[in-house]
Design a binder for this molecule. Structure first.
Ligand code: NAP
Length: 291
């Protein structure tokens, strides 16, 4: 069994990006600049955004963090977005989700300039991804694909089950793995809360991508011997023994499942760090895609 080490792989990617930044600088070219908008005080969102800013600093990108109070109106947020769309120094930006309930997420995503949409959530970019055209692919599926590539995980002709059909993880993951690419060319089954006989479907899978947000949902009796398991789930559960006061649980019962697998991602240290690395990779591609 091989542990797909997202922490190690993402640090290698950051080193590679730092080298590219050095080359851009020495060629007198512009270094990518990533901005992030954070609305409100959600603890997890703050942690994610701060980590993205730290990643930018590490690889040498420019970064801007725009913090807005939770009572920010949709109109005010749209104004901040319009400003970033016009700002020539900012190459790409993200609006950290989730947004407060009084803001319509779709209106916000539609307002982002697709050329600066490094999260790949704008319909124009989703459409391009679906057609296998060059674009920004949402960071989590992109990070998973990169991890599979770097560990040479066989995917060609494999049966892949994706559990969860969200727009940011499950749905794009199912599209990418069914495309005629490597990693990809799988026969994909996309499952959700309405799926019947999920256990039997999973038992036939060579690859399972668990992205449903239910801790330890994937049990050993759902997993075929030799399967590759990608655990996307991150659920925070209280743990007074931790400095942070919580620990992270994945969607896979790791201890019970790991010994049956050919490859498996841990939580933490698997898909999470790869998601951050993929956002940095997308930001590096800004110039390439605009050309
Ligand atoms: P989401 O929007 O809540 O979607 C969950 C999906 O799981 C839905 O499609 C839902 O089905 C399906 N589902 C729920 N219960 C199910 C069940 N019992 N059987 C089968 N399907 C079920 O979640 P998300 O944003 O995709 O995130 C999923 C998990 O990944 C969360 O733990 C999240 O924190 C984590 N995540 C991690 C990263 C990372 O970087 N590691 C990034 C993003 C998200 P319906 O559509 O029928 O409701």
């Amino acid at each position: 069994m091989v542990v797909l080490d997202g922490k190690l792989t993402s640090s290698i990617i950051r080193q590679e990006l730092a080298e590219k930044v050095k080359s851009l600088k020495s060629a007198g070219k512009k270094v990518p600049h990533l901005a992030a908008i954070l609305v409100g005080e959600d603890g997890a969102s703050k942690t994610y955004v701060n980590a993205k800013v730290r990643d930018c600093e590490e690889v040498g990108f420019g970064s801007t963090l725009i913090k807005l109070p939770s009572e920010t109106t949709e109109k005010e947020l749209l104004k901040a977005i319009a400003k970033l769309n016009k700002d020539e120094d900012v190459d790409g930006y993200i609006v950290q989700l989730p947004l407060p309930d009084h803001i319509n997420e779709t209106n916000i995503l539609l307002a982002v300039d697709p050329k600066k949409d490094v999260d790949g959530f704008h319909p124009e970019n989703v459409g391009k991804m679906t057609l296998n055209l060059p674009t920004y692919v949402p960071a989590t599926p992109q990070g998973i694909v990169e991890l599979l590539r770097r560990y040479d995980v066989p995917t060609d002709g494999k049966n892949c089950v994706v559990i969860g059909r969200s727009h940011i993880v499950g749905s794009p993951m199912s599209i990418l793995l069914s495309q005629h690419n490597y990693p990809g060319n799988c026969t994909v089954t996309l499952c959700h809360s309405g799926t019947r006989d999920l256990k039997e479907i999973c038992q036939k899978a060579d690859i399972i991508v668990a992205a449903l947000g239910r801790p330890a949902f994937v049990k050993a009796d759902m997993v075929k011997q030799g399967a590759c398991i990608i655990d996307v789930g991150i659920t925070r559960v209280e743990d007074p023994s931790k400095k942070s006061g919580f620990r992270l649980l994945g969607d896979v019962d790791y201890e019970a499942v790991a010994h049956k697998c050919s490859f498996i991602t841990p939580v933490p240290g698997g898909v999470g760090p790869m998601t951050r690395a993929a956002l940095m990779m997308n930001t590096m591609r800004v110039t390439e895609l605009s050309e």
